[in-house]
Design a binder for this molecule. Structure first.
Ligand SMILES: [Zn+2]
Length: 226
């Protein structure tokens, strides 16, 4: 699952409008932010295996610290508490908690049975949407459309950055999604980890940036009423 996670972050803005989109997207991506780090540290393992599912060329055989349900709940709670400690915004904390856990649920839908319940457990679950290329792309594209639609229903551009940096972001996401699908498998998991980490470093501040240049529609309406 790729753009489906971004969709959750966009949608969350509707329910926690005062939280930055950068954080609301960081939450559903959080397990995939940890994963490259844990791969590079050698704490988790995966290998290139074209055909593992029809959609993805990775055999994700060992990632209990980033991708078990128990750890997802632990990371969610830690992220939400730290956020609440700083921001004191309950809706934002709830959106972040749900966002982090949603990653596990969406990966569970997409992955073949490779998702652990908890570190050390031997059971693996996954519904295997990735066995269908068309099914995966339809589900994720529809999710992104709904998520972006909810975001637009909650905010509107305050200036050109709020309009065009936002539009470029969505276009880039779709472009990355399609090119990822049609590019050959990478050479090594290290390459995957570095590219994944680099993508986070760009995509999260970018979301924070254009979100600051968009006004909450609720505020605009209140101002108009005077
Ligand atoms: Zn994941």
């Amino acid at each position: 699952m790729f753009i489906g996670h971004f969709a959750v972050g966009f949608a969350a803005k509707r329910f926690a409008p005062r939280a930055s989109l950068g954080l609301l997207i960081a939450a559903p991506l959080f397990l995939d932010m940890l994963w490259p780090i844990f791969l590079l540290l050698g704490w988790e393992h995966a290998r290139i295996a074209p055909g593992d599912t029809r959609y993805t060329p990775f055999d994700l055989y060992d990632y209990p610290w980033s991708h078990s349900l128990l750890m997802a709940a632990v990371w969610a709670t830690a992220f939400a508490l730290i956020y609440f400690g700083g921001a004191r915004y309950k809706a934002g904390a709830v959106a972040i908690w749900i966002g982090v856990v949603s990653h596990w649920v969406l990966d569970w839908i997409a992955h073949r049975p490779d998702m652990p319940w908890y570190p050390g457990g031997s059971a693996r679950v996954g519904l295997g949407l990735w066995n269908s290329i068309a099914g995966t792309m339809v589900v994720e594209t529809v999710m992104l459309a709904v998520g972006v639609g909810l975001y637009v229903s909650a905010t509107r551009a305050g200036d050109w950055i709020g309009r065009y940096a936002f539009a470029a972001y969505v276009v880039l996401l779709l472009g990355l999604y399609v090119s990822d699908r049609f590019s050959p498998p990478p050479d090594s998991m290290n390459e995957v980890a570095w590219v994944g980490a680099a993508a986070m470093v760009v995509m999260l501040p970018w979301a924070w940036w254009f979100d600051r240049h968009r006004d909450l529609r609720a505020n605009v309406a209140a101002a108009a009423r005077g």
